[in-house]
Design a protein around this ligand. Structure first.
Ligand SMILES: Nc1ncnc2c1ncn2[C@@H]1O[C@H](COP(=O)(O)OP(=O)(O)OP(=O)(O)O)[C@@H](O)[C@H]1O
Ligand SMILES: [Mg+2]
Length: 402
């Protein structure tokens, strides 16, 4: 089974359905005797997903997820790099394919080129994605600090928060959808596993403060069309340390508000190096002091013990606009946190409200983030201009005292 879709370069708004492509493939293979068929064949040659893996060279492994391995391939005719996710054969289309093929193109959401059943091995299916050459945010954060002792600048934090909010406002509400009719009948999509590992970097940009970094949300393996009547996930899916406070181990209900919480977790983690939750190990130790807690812990399957205690640990966001010394004695602290602006902290707090009712929706968050980011840049520009004026005129307050 081969399903291909157009590249975003050919079609900024992805309207081609897999049905269309099937038809195209059928036409292309049946005959090439007339002009229209030749045109189809040409189109297919330019499509980096066409005829996988016979038109492709495997380069290296990119990642190893719970669903399978992701490898880098190059499409020989166009030189396009692809990320190919190999998963075990299933009798139906994987949920990730089913969701991504139905949503239009968005610049901060991973683009899927196509899907092949029983490729590149008979026992695997594979999904072909655009390749994000900067890897994922988890590795970026880890390497930045461990290798370069570097932390994220205020500018890069705004850029990341804006793109995540924009992607989420699109998924949840259709905000930014080019077709207003489509937005009017938008069926909300919830991702349910937003985390550093699932945010891919397409470009670091050209600025040293990473203020023009480009990111995309990927890994839609747990995503679904949201049904408010059926919020319960079949299993303890996702990453329990990043679940919002309202999502309990027993209820396991996932909502759009949970995605918004997860975006706040990303900002919290990039700033502090840990998620907005009390130390789960400490929480477990305390719970174990009671007989009930100790019995429960013994009964838990060792494979899920950690996830259970992470789900049970109270959420506890730490502001990001405080003096680095102010949380020196915080047990969760891994490294000093830079002091970010009050407005960035305010935006993070909008998505990390403990009560779901108080939390911003993705659309509200995007609006405030865009406004405050612009105001931040404006203030910085003003400061720079003032500093230049002082440099040029030698006019500063110290001089006035003489
Ligand atoms: N398009 C891509 N470009 C670059 N790297 C990618 C791409 N897709 C995936 N990767 C890398 O492969 C890793 C695993 O991919 P992905 O998260 O989609 O798989 P998964 O099996 O669903 O993972 P998990 O369930 O563990 O979250 C990512 O964290 C990332 O490092
Ligand atoms: Mg993943």
């Amino acid at each position: 089974m081969a399903l291909e879709i157009q590249s975003p370069l050919q079609s900024p708004l992805l309207t081609t359905t897999f049905g269309d492509v099937f038809e195209k493939l059928r036409m292309a293979s049946s005959s090439s005797s007339n002009d229209s068929d030749e045109h189809n064949v040409q189109d297919l040659d330019l499509n980096p997903a066409h005829d996988f893996p016979y038109n492709h060279i495997r380069v290296r492994e990119l990642g190893d997820g719970s669903e399978g391995i992701v490898d880098a391939y190059v499409h020989k005719p166009t030189g396009t790099c692809l990320a190919v996710k190999m998963i075990q054969n299933k009798p139906h289309l994987p949920a990730e394919v089913n969701i991504l093929r139905k949503i239009p193109y968005h610049e901060s959401i991973i683009h899927m080129y196509g899907f092949y059943g029983a490729q590149p091995q008979p026992d695997t299916d594979c999904i072909l994605f655009e390749h994000c050459s900067g890897g994922d945010l988890f590795d970026l954060q880890k390497n930045s600090f461990e290798v370069n002792n570097a932390v994220f600048t205020e500018e890069s934090m705004w850029a990341i928060l804006r793109q995540l909010s924009s992607a989420l406002a699109f998924l949840h509400e259709g905000v930014g959808c080019a077709d207003p009719e489509q937005q009017a009948v938008w069926h909300p999509v919830i991702h349910r596993d937003i985390k550093l590992e699932n945010v891919f970097v397409t470009s670091f940009g050209v600025k040293t403060d990473l203020s023009d970094i480009k990111i995309k949300i990927g890994d839609f393996g747990l995503a679904t069309f949201y049904d408010p009547e059926d919020k319960r996930m079949p299993g303890h899916w996702g990453t329990s340390i990043l679940w919002p406070p309202e999502q309990t181990w027993e209820g396991r209900e996932a909502t759009p508000a949970g995605d918004v919480w997860a975006v706040g977790c990303i900002i919290h983690e990039l700033a502090h190096g840990f998620p907005p939750i009390e130390d789960p190990e400490l929480h477990r130790e305390q719970a174990m002091k009671s007989r009930h807690g100790a019995q429960l812990d013994r009964r838990l399957d060792p494979n899920i013990k950690r996830f259970y205690w992470e789900a049970k640990t109270p959420r506890w966001p730490l502001p990001i606009n405080i003096d680095p010394e102010a949380h020196e004695f915080d047990r969760r602290r891994l490294r000093p946190t830079p002091r970010y602006s009050d407005t960035l902290n305010q935006c993070m707090a909008m998505s990390l409200q403990l009560r779901m009712e108080d939390r911003a929706t993705a659309g509200e968050l995007l609006e405030v983030v865009e406004e405050m980011e612009a105001a931040y840049h404006f203030r910085e520009l003003e400061k720079e201009t003032m500093a230049m004026v002082v440099d040029l005129t030698g006019d500063d307050s110290d001089d006035e005292e003489y």
